[in-house]
Design a protein around this ligand. Structure first.
Ligand code: SAM
Length: 294
């Protein structure tokens, strides 16, 4: 497919740093404005210049590329900042999707903004957004968590901080770790928590698998394909607990105490720790007895 793009009605781009989203799979998932901006800027800073040159070739964009990573080489950032200070236009792209979303760019954007340089978003594809809008989990509130730690201990610790989160949780995960991560999630959130694996979005083998965490573990164990490609893992938020009005922190304290003590004593101690009314805590404990004994 070929697209003819007129550069913004012939008006030159304002000097500045353009944060340009590129496709997450399907090469046509790029906006007309993104193609126009990439064709006009003085230089494109890219995570992997070889990888990005394929996309640029497809749209006949001949703008020179320069590598950019936030951490490996501070000199790369300094060179880009000098260009921007000279009034040039620079586009930042990543290998796929929106720069800065689990991708390089934060330090560059921060430094540019601190220097009063114009930073312009050119929005488009993002795997987290593609996943949340197709997963069938509540999308009114979601929490993007990026990648979990690769080792089980740290991963469990991180997941535990979200045990009472009511928003849908959105994680990026490597297919190699998918099975282990699902098991850790089941341990923390419970076997029955609803979840979705959204893999290979916008690509040939796109697949959106929904089920409880336990069901997904079984399917991943049985089907090698689910452990291939790229995936976003979504977990439904915690159901709002009866005894509304108590904060998640207070409920978390109650959960720890009722696991070790009789309810009456747990409510008394929690009241001393949190300043909440003992009766409210006791009622919450009664209403959630089944959940607490899991
Ligand atoms: N900046 C990108 C974005 O806007 O989504 C994310 C980059 S991050 C380094 C790469 C991770 O995003 C992958 O490991 C995977 O979790 C997720 N991802 C990227 N493309 C995907 C796709 N087509 N389908 C499912 N997940 C994808």
């Amino acid at each position: 497919m070929s697209i003819t793009v007129n550069s913004d009605n012939g008006i030159a781009l304002e000097p500045g740093l353009y944060i340009v989203a590129t496709p997450i799979g399907h090469l046509e998932d790029i906006t007309v404005r993104a193609i126009s901006v990439l064709g006009q800027v003085d230089i494109i800073a890219a995570e992997d210049t070889r990888h990005s040159s394929r996309l640029l070739q497809k749209y006949q964009i001949n703008t020179p590329l320069t590598p950019y990573h936030d951490h490996t080489n501070p000199a790369q950032r300094a060179k880009i900042i000098v260009r921007l200070q000279q009034g040039q236009t620079v586009a930042l792209i990543s290998d796929a999707g929106t720069p800065l979303i689990s991708d390089p760019g934060f330090r560059l954007v921060l430094e540019a903004r601190e220097m009063g340089i114009n930073v312009v978003p050119v929005p488009g594809a993002c795997a987290a957004i593609a996943a949340i809008c197709s997963a069938g989990l509540p999308s009114d509130r979601f929490l993007f968590e990026g990648f979990l730690p690769p080792k089980t201990g740290a991963r469990l610790e991180t997941l535990n901080t979200r045990v009472d989160e009511i928003a849908t949780l959105v994680y990026y995960e490597s297919p190699r770790r998918l099975a282990d991560t699902l098991r850790d999630m089941a341990q923390v959130f419970g076997d029955d928590r609803a979840a979705v694996i959204a893999r290979e979005l916008t690509k040939l083998h796109e697949q959106i698998e929904a089920g409880t965490l336990l069901e997904l573990i079984d399917r991943v164990d049985a089907d090698d394909n689910l452990r291939r490609g790229e995936c976003v893992l979504l977990v439904k938020g915690c159901e709002v607990v009866k005894g509304d009005g108590l904060s998640h922190e207070v409920i978390a304290i109650m959960r720890v105490l009722v696991a070790e003590l009789p309810l009456k004593q747990a409510a008394k101690l929690a009241a001393q720790i949190t300043g909440e009314k003992k009766n409210a805590l006791y009622s919450w404990g009664l209403a959630n007895q089944d959940n607490n004994n899991d």
